[in-house]
Design a protein around this ligand. Structure first.
Ligand code: NAD
Length: 347
């Protein structure tokens, strides 16, 4: 599997856009377009080095190829990263420069929201360039609630696979109380789950304590919480060979893209008896939602939610295959993606 994955390491196209005057330093990466044009959100994050930003966007765009493929969509993998602090640097001038960069790509890349890039930003771009999804006008709006819904259904599927039929009294440790993490907490709380939460923003933790009776936990301790489920909903790279031995939960199921530092870390999880819901399978709801805007008849919420409702089925199938073949779940998920992409290439 590792060799097959390496063969998927090559990206088709990567662009670097710079406009020093307007503060733009952005990378757009298209990983694979065998199934269709590159679709994936724009992340705004102040990476300390260009290399770190490039690694992030390459991993994210590659993940989008797998996400679309497993969800049965006719899109390829793409993602953009603007190296900036979304709270202090994301000026209209910067976004203007970014819109010009997207326009110059001439439809090779479709974008939408991601960490640090909001619906308002998508609307701003859409007034200046086409190929922007997740917009208010003529679009489907914020994809995060749909992502959260898919993750919620995925957590239930993982619990069910382990013989737990209800969320009542189930303990979930949620890392990151942003757009997805917060909505996920609402859903889990409504069905009786007990929550432990963390966020770099302490006020979010206080709000979660008030709203859901959640227990705030220090950033470094969330992994160690003796919960039933660990739900990573912040950034990627949170589980590694170093800290997997400290993990308290027996299920990892959350929204974050690339929560594992290395693909192979899923094997370590398996060896510890931890059930891992592959990121791009469980978090596909948002992508399904924005992609629906590009369907011939336009956005159809009912049809989209029916597709999101299939996420638990796909996960259950992956869990069962992985168990029967004694393989990590992310190897099985990757195999499903390879099959679709290779079949499309041969057509
Ligand atoms: P967001 O920016 O709204 O929320 C992220 C939250 O994580 C913020 O509250 C931030 O303060 C917190 N955070 C950052 N670093 C942290 C750390 N080290 N420890 C604890 N908390 C930390 O982003 P979002 O849209 O909710 O997305 C969350 C994750 O889900 C991201 O990895 C994103 O790529 C992924 N995802 C999102 C969507 C979507 O529809 N929004 C879809 C698929 C995947």
């Amino acid at each position: 599997e590792a060799a097959k994955l390496d063969a998927f390491d090559n990206h088709e196209r990567v662009w670097h856009g710079r406009d020093e005057e307007r503060g733009l330093n952005a990378i757009v990466a298209i990983h694979n377009t065998a199934l269709g044009p590159g679709l994936g959100g724009t992340r705004v994050w102040p990476h300390e080095t260009f290399e770190a930003a490039l690694t992030d966007v390459l991993r994210l765009s590659r993940g989008m190829t797998f996400k679309s493929a497993v969800a049965g969509m006719d899109f390829g993998g793409g993602k953009a990263l603007i190296i900036a602090n979304s709270k202090t640097d994301k000026t209209p001038a910067l976004l203007e420069a970014y819109a010009e960069m997207l326009a110059a790509l001439n439809g090779q890349y479709f974008t939408g929201e991601d960490v640090g890039f909001t619906v308002a930003d998508a609307d701003f771009l859409r007034e200046r360039t086409p190929n922007v999804t997740g917009t208010t006008v003529g679009g489907s709006g914020n994809p995060s609630p749909v992502t959260a819904h898919g993750v919620f259904l995925g957590i239930k599927a993982a619990l069910k696979h382990r013989g737990v039929a209800t969320l009542d009294g189930v303990h979930v440790a949620v890392q990151g109380l942003g757009s997805v993490g917060w909505t996920l907490c609402e859903k889990l709380h409504a069905e009786g789950a007990r929550l432990s939460v963390t966020d770099i923003d302490a006020t979010r933790m206080e709000q979660a304590k008030d709203a859901f009776g959640a227990t705030p936990v220090a950033l470094d301790d969330i992994l160690k919480v003796n919960a039933d489920v660990f739900a990573p909903c912040a950034l990627g790279g949170v589980l590694s060979a170093e800290n997997i031995p400290l993990l308290g939960a027996k299920i990892v199921a959350g929204a974050a893209n690339n929560p594992l530092v290395r693909h192979e870390d899923a094997r370590l999880l398996m060896e510890r008896g931890v059930l891992y819901a592959p990121d791009y399978v469980i978090n596909a709801g948002g992508l399904l939602n924005v992609a629906a805007e590009l369907a011939p008849g336009g956005y159809d919420r009912e049809a989209t939610m029916a597709k999101v409702a299939k996420i638990p089925e796909t996960l259950t199938d992956i869990f069962a295959r992985a168990e029967a073949q004694k393989r990590p779940t992310n190897d099985v998920a990757a195999e499903i993606a390879f099959e679709r992409i290779n079949a499309a290439r041969q057509r």
